[in-house]
Design a protein around this ligand. Sequence first.
Ligand SMILES: *[C@@H]1O[C@H](CO)[C@@H](O)[C@H](O)[C@H]1NC(C)=O
Ligand SMILES: *[C@@H]1O[C@H](CO)[C@@H](O)[C@H](O)[C@H]1NC(C)=O
Ligand SMILES: *[C@@H]1O[C@H](CO)[C@@H](O)[C@H](O)[C@H]1NC(C)=O
Ligand SMILES: *[C@@H]1O[C@H](CO)[C@@H](O)[C@H](O)[C@H]1NC(C)=O
Ligand SMILES: *[C@@H]1O[C@H](CO)[C@@H](O)[C@H](O)[C@H]1NC(C)=O
Ligand SMILES: *[C@@H]1O[C@H](CO)[C@@H](O)[C@H](O)[C@H]1NC(C)=O
Ligand SMILES: *[C@@H]1O[C@H](CO)[C@@H](O)[C@H](O)[C@H]1NC(C)=O
Ligand SMILES: *[C@@H]1O[C@H](CO)[C@@H](O)[C@H](O)[C@H]1NC(C)=O
Ligand SMILES: *[C@@H]1O[C@H](CO)[C@@H](O)[C@H](O)[C@H]1NC(C)=O
Length: 579
Amino acid sequence: MRTHRELMEKSNVRNCRNYFWFVIFASSVFWLFFFYFHSSDIIKGMNRFTSSTNEYAYSVVSREPNSLLLKENSIEASTRLSLIDNGVQPVNRLPVTEKEAEPFNETIFAENENELGNSPSVTEKGIESDNEIPIMENREDACSGRYIYVHNIPNQFNYDMLKNCSSLSEWTDMCRFVSNSGLGPPLVNSKRVFSGTGWFRTNQFALEVIFHNRMKQYRCLTNNSSMASAIYVPFYAGLDVGRYLWGFNTSMRDSASLELAKWLGARHEWKVMAGRDHFLVAGRISWDFRRLTDDNSDWGNKFMLSPEAKNMSVLVIESSPWSSNDFAIPYPTYFHPSRDCEVFQWQNRMRRQKRPLLFSFAGAPRPSLNRSIRGQIIDQCQASGRKCKLLKCDTDENKCHNPYSVMKMFQSSVFCLQPPGDSYTRRSAFDSILAGCIPVFFHPGSAYVQYIWHLPQNYTKYSVFVPEEGIRKGKVSIKKLLLRISKEEVKAMREEVISLIPRIIYADPSSRLEILEDAFDLAVQGVIEKVNSVRREIRERGNYSVGYAEENSWKYNLFGTEGEHEWDPFFSVPKDSNS
Ligand SMILES: *[C@@H]1O[C@H](CO)[C@@H](O)[C@H](O)[C@H]1NC(C)=O
Ligand SMILES: *[C@@H]1O[C@H](CO)[C@@H](O)[C@H](O)[C@H]1NC(C)=O
Ligand SMILES: *[C@@H]1O[C@H](CO)[C@@H](O)[C@H](O)[C@H]1NC(C)=O
Ligand SMILES: *[C@@H]1O[C@H](CO)[C@@H](O)[C@H](O)[C@H]1NC(C)=O
Ligand SMILES: *[C@@H]1O[C@H](CO)[C@@H](O)[C@H](O)[C@H]1NC(C)=O
Ligand SMILES: *[C@@H]1O[C@H](CO)[C@@H](O)[C@H](O)[C@H]1NC(C)=O
Ligand SMILES: *[C@@H]1O[C@H](CO)[C@@H](O)[C@H](O)[C@H]1NC(C)=O
Ligand SMILES: *[C@@H]1O[C@H](CO)[C@@H](O)[C@H](O)[C@H]1NC(C)=O
Ligand SMILES: *[C@@H]1O[C@H](CO)[C@@H](O)[C@H](O)[C@H]1NC(C)=O
């Protein structure tokens, strides 16, 4: 399986048609050998038979590509990464013009520094209905163990928000961004930076809409919730809170999400596992849903702290390292292919790409966060001459949020710097992987402890880690450090980064990939595995409890232990309590 796939990736496929014929050819050769070695009698017999026998043989051959190319099920128990510039939303009312630099007016949002207060460790009590929980497996059925039931929630929690899209944001025209199933307007005519098809001006906060539309295409949907391995709640939690983040009181911010939580808790589907089999996708960072007090000056709503959300799995673009009910999945990028071959072609192009820049950075300084290292990063880049390129988001706003300029710069760079901003993670990390640029992280919360379903556990394979303290104290020269990495190591890392591309993109919801598993597939698989482990525990012990101190979630999820770790200092203090 794997070798077949590598073979296809390596073959310099120019277009989808070539790729298709390659598969036909390869599988024909395979079948010829198969028949020759295993059934020489059949072959002899067939030679004597009429054309109808040959037709049979041909039909076997033409069916074979599908069975050979079944999706890989064995995913390495590994994964991790992520990116986006939080708190900065693009504002653009102009149609896309395909100039080198498209005009793009950005309004910098208020900073969302939230106190990441450590919540007390939670040990959970039992679920009443113990032995009733069935095992979701049946050998006869290809979907067995993978069924998803989509909860039929009132329209006010999803479709009505899309209908009323002009009220979703005061600054951004979200109607453009929720169009095209959440992919946003197509990016056209920029083949020198993008490829012919599959590119969209996707907003970083549109994931819940994309995910919902992908779910409608999922192969193993069921109408019968008792057959489902997991229950998907298509609530647009991020769009909901996004409407009220600035200038609204806490009751406005909480209202819809707490109503939804109450609604869910009262349904018969909930009672089976007290909601432990429910999940939803919220396309914003976890801190937007974890308000600790009812003080109006506090940030966000308190949806994730509600008793119902605490029992669910909430997938977000950045999770809280200290909480067990949220899981990070990749930010959406601009690439949403409809066919596997579009991905293979893109990977091949990124392998061949010339990369004159040693490193680059797109972002703004954070003068108000006095522990931020962005100022030092920018200074080091500027002092590195032609080895580093900068897209400054405070002064070059239009370029900095323009997909064309950002992707072009990343495609020309060997390394892309991904320091934390208002929060740990950035969309930019995923844009850089998509561009085949090796990400450089400064905090383990920026990717390694986040995207455990999508990125390899061994982070040195695909990224460079430079602990931020060295930068803060001015002890580390990024340029020198990167120049010391050997050419062979760079090549191996880049190949790993490029091999991650399928795992961090969300395919176009209007079609689906045949061979590759994308970020959506891996997320669904992660949820199902998580729910199954809860189910197993309830069956075996009659009871479910989280089983570790909740503030150790980051460690437990990544390493399976709570013992001391060298990264403890990174997670011992709230990220920025204005210090
Ligand atoms: C950007 O948009 C804002 C809000 O519409 C407007 O006030 C501002 O003048 C615009 N800036 C530029 C450079 O066009
Ligand atoms: C459920 O868990 C609680 C606390 O962990 C324990 O006290 C109780 O005995 C368990 N109930 C059953 C039925 O195992
Ligand atoms: C649409 O949004 C406006 C402004 O927030 C609000 O007054 C109105 O009730 C909303 N309409 C619907 C159908 O939700
Ligand atoms: C689910 O039910 C609806 C209507 O009740 C029906 O149209 C649909 O085909 C069913 N889907 C499945 C997968 O059973
Ligand atoms: C739903 O599935 C369960 C378990 O497989 C089965 O017992 C039940 O009859 C099904 N319900 C419907 C309406 O098909
Ligand atoms: C919150 O704001 C809404 C409208 O903006 C208002 O109707 C409501 O009374 C306010 N609630 C509180 C508790 O102040
Ligand atoms: C959450 O799950 C626990 C069992 O782990 C259960 O006792 C509790 O009632 C559940 N909460 C809700 C709101 O269903
Ligand atoms: C992680 O990957 C690097 C580079 O491929 C390798 O040298 C190292 O041995 C790996 N570490 C572990 C624990 O697998
Ligand atoms: C950062 O903030 C802390 C507390 O507010 C203050 O004591 C310290 O001097 C500040 N450091 C810098 C470099 O501004």
